[in-house]
Write a protein that binds this ligand. Sequence first.
Ligand SMILES: *Cc1c(COP(=O)(O)O)cnc(C)c1O
Length: 365
Amino acid sequence: MTAPDSTSAPRLKKLIRQDVQSMHAYAIQDSAGMIKLDAMENPHRLPAALQAHLGQRLGALALNRYPDGRIDDLRHALADYAGMPEGFDIMLGNGSDELIGLLAMACDVPGASILAPEPGFVMYGMSAKLQGLTFIGVPLTADFELDEAAMLAAIAQHQPSITYLAYPNNPTANLWDDAVIEKIINAVGAQGGLVVMDEAYQPFSSKSYIDRIAKHRHVLLLRTLSKFGLAGVRIGYLMGPKALIAEIDKVRPPYNISVLNYECALFALEHGDVFASQARELVAQRALLLAALSAMKGVKAWKSDANMILVRVPDAAKTFEGMKQRKVLVKNVSKMHPLLANCLRVTVGTAEENVQMLAALEKSL
Ligand SMILES: *Cc1c(COP(=O)(O)O)cnc(C)c1O
């Protein structure tokens, strides 16, 4: 055995993009032994009988083969589940994160930009920057509504290729005014851009844009099975007018959805009633949590249409650490944006988890 030749070490400083070198990797918090309420996961697992049934199905798959036409069964099942209108098509991503990246790649023409309200989902800005596109973040109002005048002015000024509207938004968990959304969609349409409505939290939301999407030829609807209950499986889907999806689909890696991923997702959709009842339970828990949080002295909680609640406390860093010591992991979003000063984002968990979360929060204020 000889030692590796030191002269062959790659010159990372030269090889790796300067902007990538100065980036921080996406931080995933260590959650071992914690009540995990930091990432909007569904706290429920499959019932034991379904676990066994799924195991058999996965075990029998041809893992030696590349993913095949079965992927189309999943595309059709998701289109049915979502109520996709005529004339639309659907493409799948390895989580919607991948689709957000593919959208930036497909729209990477010189001078292109991507716009989204802020605070919002971090991947919109991240995907733009990684692709070398300009990202324009437009601040929400202090109560997390769309700033109509600022949004329309930014759209007129920058003519973004893609405008993202998360409906409901992450991390603020609210839906936005439909009349303002319609004005934004029309303004983007008038200058030839695309709007992506991101409905990651649709299973918990009182509204969806799906019924209005057929009115437009420049609006895409992005969804995921992650918050539904399959965060570990990685399936996102993008629906839009056929011609538009056909173009974006060209930049998708051919085998981006594994055999295991699509079979799991099909299985879950066959048992959609199980997941629907989990979502109903979480919505009921959300109401209980909101009532308890609103009654807690020193805490401000915002109304939610998702499986998370944004709260403001007197000292977010102190409360976050206190909760962590009490084995409850939430997300400290207070440094993400000035509008989120002293805010924590709490995922809605099971009834027992929520009771422990509330106790930990109250003791950590
Ligand atoms: C969680 C989330 C996603 C990404 O979900 P995937 O797990 O990548 O499918 C997309 N958009 C928003 C707003 C989210 O909160």
